[in-house]
Design a protein around this ligand. Sequence first.
Ligand code: PTJ
Length: 247
Amino acid sequence: MKIPKTHPRYISLTTRHVLEHGVKTGITSLNGLIAHGRGEAFDYLLGEKTHTFAKEAIAEAANVLLAAKHPVISVNGNTAALVAKEFIILSKLLRCPLEVNIFHTSKKREQKIKKHLLNKGAKDVFLAEKKYVIDGLLSNRRYVNGKGIYLADVVFVPLEDGDRAEALIKNGKKVITIDLNPLSRTAKTATITIIDNIVRALPLLVGEIIKQKKSKKLALQKYDNKQILKQAVAFLRKGKYGSGGPS
Ligand code: PTJ
């Protein structure tokens, strides 16, 4: 289906197609479509734009990722379909690995995601190993790579489930997430929560990292994630939503 660029919901509709393609090629799970639908509902209410609270979180995320000793980017079936290119740029800028870590267990899908990332130019793509486990977690996501998330001090885990965010924090790691829902357990648990659509936030994060790398000194910012969440919820409560209009 060809969507005219002038369609008021062009970005939203093309993003859906990217995920649909992800399902057809075996990268994204069917559940991923449902998760995206939930995200879309919040995006609509947020006016489908990047707010100041997201920009502040992006700046802090860049700061923390650049200061990390061993950052790792965790990739799932939705994010692999939507932002593989930006993940690869990020992993090169930060000299850090990408690790495939999926919630809905499937060895076949893990391999397909890895191949997809390598085909797009990724260097290091790790998979989970049964002997390395995140304590306090029962889902498939407890298995991690011994040189990746297991060792990481900072884990970038966009579109995450609450259980793993909590477990990673309990295991002493900083967690940076992207989640359109400021009320989700992940959003509330993470060290830094970027409340924005991943397709808008990732290019901005790449830009911010390039900017902060050039400026060479890492700004120590006063950052309060609870305040960021409060601002997002306050915006939703005000009800000034729906930039694209009903369709
Ligand atoms: O590939 P798998 O098996 O690892 O599965 C990936 C999903 C995303 C399906 C899985 O992690 C999952 O079920 O996630 P949840 O618990 O549904 O949470 C996903 C969160 O991401 C929800 O709070 C959504 O609002 C949010 N979300 C969905 N799409 C986007 C998003 N946030 C930002 N940008 C999006 N495009």
